[in-house]
Design a protein around this ligand. Structure first.
Ligand SMILES: [Zn+2]
Ligand SMILES: [Zn+2]
Length: 294
């Protein structure tokens, strides 16, 4: 809740006119408690995980011919009941684990210093903080994920996430409740190291989930904007990890590729890419030779 009754009062305290974004924030948040603003994340998560994966299903259902060249595992197609089971499981996890965790973790947000006050941070600060959050989360997630692939971690916890060897967007948060809790630590670590504004925190939660949905979508579209992010893994990268399954000792990182490269855990993936490339080149050469003979 903001400590100003009017825009004029806020402007006199800050010492300048509010920007359009700050006026919008004032009008929206002035009478809402910080706790309520923090709990918006539950609504964002529910909407994102209901709507965005549905977009990929929509494409598959209505534009199958156009999008099929970009399907990473084209032979695998989940039935409607399998997809619905995945969605219902994820929603159950939201209501039983993610939602309650958000409700009780508010004191930690206050402790690390996530603020709701004016002025709003400049765009460059938001972008820098988000980059930091992604790098910290990626590094922490890499090592936790790698640990979860030891025999005990896999059998007791991580096996659930690997039930989908050809993932779909809905399967991004499909995991054991303990995995949801453990992987929440690196997600929280970035904001704890570099605390920012509540708006930055909202962006962080939303973008991280959008990234997870995209990497589990089962499609590798050439036009996706994430292709322009340096060292970004993407759907093809993480799909390989699911394709290999429990024995996978490759592609542990959640966002970028450099951890797997540095620690030598992308060899299987790179070998598969090389073999596929040679296979495609061989096919092209055969087609060219056949054309010459004709
Ligand atoms: Zn795994
Ligand atoms: Zn996954």
């Amino acid at each position: 809740m903001l400590p100003y009754a009017t825009v004029e009062e806020a402007e006199s305290v800050i010492g300048r006119s509010l920007t359009a974004a700050e006026t919008l924030w004032f009008n929206y948040s002035a009478t809402k408690s910080d706790y309520l603003l923090y709990c918006h994340n539950i609504v964002f998560l529910f909407i994102l995980f209901s709507v965005v994966p549905f977009f990929f299903l929509f494409l598959e259902f209505f534009f199958e011919k156009s999008v099929s060249p970009y399907k990473i595992q084209p032979k695998v197609k989940l039935s409607f009941s399998e997809t619905l089971h995945c969605y219902k499981s994820v929603m159950r996890m939201f209501f039983l684990v993610v939602g309650p965790l958000q409700l009780v973790s508010y004191p930690s947000i206050k402790f690390i210093g996530i603020r709701t006050s004016l002025p709003l941070p400049p765009l460059w600060e938001i972008v820098l903080q988000l980059c930091t959050y992604f790098i910290v989360e990626d590094y922490g997630n890499y090592w936790i994920h790698r640990f979860l692939h030891c025999k005990w971690g896999y059998d007791k916890i991580h096996r659930v996430h690997h039930e989908y060897t050809a993932p779909i967007g809905f399967a991004a948060p499909y995991a054991h409740w303990a995995e949801i809790l453990i992987l929440g630590i690196p997600s929280f670590l970035g904001p704890a190291i570099v605390p920012g504004h509540m708006i930055t925190f909202w962006f962080w939660i939303a973008l991280r989930q959008l990234e997870a949905i995209e990497t589990h979508s089962g499609y590798d579209f050439p036009w996706t904007l994430t292709k322009y992010i340096p060292f970004y893994g993407g759907s093809d990268y993480h799909d390989y990890h699911h394709y290999v399954g429990g024995q996978s000792q490759s592609n542990f990182a959640s966002v970028f590729t450099y951890c797997d490269y540095l620690y030598g855990t992308d060899k299987g993936y790179r070998y598969q890419k090389k073999v596929l490339q040679q296979f495609r080149e061989g096919l092209n050469n055969n087609v060219e030779q056949n054309n010459k003979v004709d």
